[in-house]
Design a protein around this ligand. Structure first.
Ligand code: FAD
Length: 494
């Protein structure tokens, strides 16, 4: 099998943003399913776990070294392009075990990576020759009261929605059912409901964490830590062991409309993109839209979580006028509608990355046709622009979080998928050529949850002027820089 077939790509692109991964979501808590005959339970039972000697008595976490059964299953993430070989993996079941594992890492001078759902685009939750703390079995959700839940970081989105949607409650999250709540929230977290309710991290009330000295911390004692974890918390300050969220009342249904042009050239795609920006400039907060150029096929998605009214009818008519085919959707009860976007559970070879956050079309108008030319001519690439804005830009949320892109209305991404390892170099090279166009034209702001190891000045791209403030938090909780990876926040030199 060569590249992913056209019809599969078309299916991938029918949906929104992350939901473009509709066929590609996977792993998370189901990692063990990818090894024939092995489940997480059998790994635990069969593996030769070695309990390290730590400062704390009676360590109970399971440790996997190279060669142990289960090591490869735990090592692999969702992106098959990334292959890293940690010295050891600690599979932890509780905060106490996490504290033991961190102490073990410090004593053995191992850099520590943290994994919840394993969906990092660049494999930042794994490392070579260090310690990986795996939280996939820490996935419980408990109710504090009817409007508040405490979630362990290894809980995946579909599991969370299965618990809270039947109670008519929602946290605005992404679309892929297998993304871990840990990584999603700590980098921001956006999706179909964010224009109405804010980012995932905006519903976060407090966290507990094991810091870089092995101490257990609660952010209620330090609001600055909570601020930092809302956008800057991925693998930086410590291992987040629980996240307390306030819940929103869930909408009753979701309605999705799709608009298509089966074959489009770059010039026409630019025209449609410009008009799409104009139509979506005043989108009601209940709506989300995505412009998805998948090779030479164009899709536009529009979702709505409120009753269609004259305003939304007008938007549907305007989008319809831009394309050849409109597929109007009916309102579907929410618990069912979100499942359409969950995706499959198989890891893939892919390269995805943020392609910039923009206020309006003017920021890309001079050069975007060059991007569209590459995308339409290679046929293997997806350029997608998603609406953000709305409640995401609420100043109260902005002040309370380190997520630094609040003024922006659009978030774009580049994606490419392939079948065989041998195709990797070719696919990545083509991808990077398109990225160069964005770099050369001054697109600088990037979403931390869509990272790329090649982003120049990533500190500024992800965190803007908040970076030094985040470094201060890092210096407080992880002065020894035990939690580190290619793009981790660096503490001030002591
Ligand atoms: C198929 C797919 C669909 C996606 N859809 C969306 C979407 O709709 N919306 C959106 O906003 N994003 C989306 N993303 C991006 C996603 O939010 C990030 O990849 C996110 O970081 C994944 O979290 P994870 O826990 O699954 O991944 P992991 O790989 O486990 O972790 C990702 C990062 O967070 C850190 N981290 C994880 N858990 C903890 C913890 N407990 N304490 C401290 N640090 C931790 C890791 O060290 C790593 O740096 C998608 C990604 C994929 C691959």
């Amino acid at each position: 099998m060569g590249k992913i077939k056209r019809h599969q790509f078309i299916k991938l692109s029918l949906f929104s943003s992350a939901a473009v991964y509709v066929n590609s979501c996977g792993l998370g808590n189901n990692k063990a399913e990818n090894t024939p005959g092995a489940t997480k339970d059998t790994i635990l039972k069969d593996s030769i776990a070695q309990n390290p000697s730590t400062k704390t008595n009676a360590p109970t976490f399971k440790l996997y070294k190279k060669g142990d059964e289960g090591y490869d299953t735990l090592r692999n993430g969702f992106n098959k392009r990334i292959n890293k070989y940690p010295a050891v993996i600690a599979l932890c079941k509780s905060q106490e075990e996490v504290a033991q594992a961190v102490t073990y890492g410090i004593e053995n001078k191992l850099p520590i990576s943290i994994r919840s759902g394993g969906h990092s685009f660049e494999g930042f939750s794994c490392n070579d020759d260090g310690l990986v703390i795996d939280l996939s079995t820490m996935n419980q959700v408990s109710w504090e009261n009817e409007n508040t839940v405490i979630i362990e970081p290894g809980c995946i989105l579909s599991q969370l929605y299965d618990i809270i949607l039947p109670k008519n409650k929602i946290i605005p999250a992404g679309s892929c059912g297998n993304v871990g709540i840990g990584g999603l929230t700590l980098g921001g977290g956006y999706g179909l409901f964010s224009r109405k309710f804010g980012l995932t991290c905006d519903s976060l009330q407090s966290i507990t964490m094991v810091d870089g000295k092995g101490n257990i911390i609660n952010s209620k004692d330090d609001p600055e830590l909570l601020w930092a974890c809302k956008g800057g918390g991925n693998g930086n300050f410590g291992v987040i062991t629980s996240l307390k969220f306030s819940l929103n009342t869930a909408p009753d249904f979701l309605q999705s409309h799709r608009f298509k042009i089966a074959h489009i050239d770059a010039q026409k795609a630019r025209q449609v993109l410009k008009q799409w920006f104009s139509v979506t400039a005043n989108l009601p907060p209940s709506c989300f839209s995505a412009f998805v150029l998948n090779g030479a096929s164009l899709y536009i998605l529009l979702t709505n979580i409120e009753k269609q009214n004259s305003e939304t009818q007008k938007i549907v008519a305007q989008l319809s006028s831009l394309v050849d085919k409109t597929i109007a959707g009916k309102p579907i009860p929410l618990a069912k509608a979100v499942q359409v976007f969950y995706g499959e559970k198989k890891p893939l070879y892919f390269k995805n990355a943020s392609a910039g956050l923009y206020k309006n079309f003017e920021e890309i108008s001079n050069f975007i046709e060059d991007v569209l030319k590459k995308v339409t001519s290679t046929g293997d690439m997806i350029y997608q622009v998603n609406t953000v804005g709305g409640e995401i830009n609420n100043p109260v949320f902005a002040n309370a979080s380190s997520y630094s892109h609040r003024g922006q209305n659009y978030l774009s991404e580049l994606q490419t998928y392939w079948r065989q390892e041998s195709q990797t170099d070719k696919m990545v090279t083509a991808f990077e050529e398109v990225q160069q166009i964005f770099y050369a034209n001054g697109i600088k702001q990037q979403y931390r949850n869509y990272p790329d190891v090649n982003f120049k000045n990533w500190q500024n791209a992800y965190y803007g002027e908040n970076y030094p403030r985040l470094q201060k938090v890092k210096s407080k909780y992880d002065p020894g820089n035990v939690f580190r990876y290619d793009q981790s926040i660096v503490p001030f030199i002591q």
